[in-house]
Ligand binder design. Structure first.
Ligand SMILES: C[S@@+](CC[C@H](N)C(=O)[O-])C[C@H]1O[C@@H](n2cnc3c(N)ncnc32)[C@H](O)[C@@H]1O
Length: 166
């Protein structure tokens, strides 16, 4: 039987979500608001000027992977392409060696090296129940997400970082 050309299959949706366009998918505002109220972020290292969630931010032109995140309170929703692992490694080492506190919003990919090497060593993880709707999408993502905290367990420094007092 012939399949209608206009029908969007699960595979199409999956491909769309993992295409380079998905690199531009933005954090759901309600989720960011909730996390920002807790952590007072002062650096978004991967964004465009239009999608930046913090005044201090890095776009591909500055390349957030090459910049220092030292002592910053960072919110990182990295491009969901193959380079995802580089961002998670960067988050891990900036927290471990440079005093950053980094909250990452990541896809749950338990079969990857970066998940085992870094996410499983994070200070805190929270698996999100259900699926997020990124950007302006009406559809839920075809993958689950996780919030990962690298660095800091003191419970009081985030506010100071956010105010630039640390
Ligand atoms: C998933 S979006 C997140 C956007 C925004 N930070 C948010 O959370 O809503 C990832 C962003 O990283 C940007 N990006 C890709 N490579 C980058 C790089 N090397 N340095 C900084 N930003 C980069 C992309 O242009 C894209 O806007």
């Amino acid at each position: 039987m012939k399949r209608s050309k206009s029908r969007t299959t699960r595979r199409d949706k999956f491909k769309a979500c993992f295409s380079s366009r998905s690199n531009l998918w933005t954090t759901p505002p309600d989720l960011f608001k909730k996390l920002d109220a807790k952590y007072h972020f002062n650096l978004d290292p991967c964004c465009t000027h239009e999608t930046a969630l913090c005044k201090d931010h890095f776009t591909p032109a500055e390349d957030g992977l090459q910049q220092s995140w030292a002592f910053k309170c960072v919110f990182c929703n990295p491009p969901y392409s193959w380079e995802g692992g580089l961002w998670v490694a960067k988050a891990y080492f900036e927290a471990k060696e440079n005093g950053a506190l980094v909250i990452c919003l990541l896809p749950v990919r338990t079969d990857t090296r970066w998940f085992h090497e870094f996410v499983l060593k994070a200070e805190e993880t929270e698996f999100i129940k259900g699926r997020l709707k990124f950007g302006n999408s009406k559809n839920s993502a075809p993958f689950p997400s996780i919030i990962v905290r690298f660095g800091c367990d003191c419970g009081s420094c985030c506010e100071l970082r956010g105010k630039g007092e640390l």
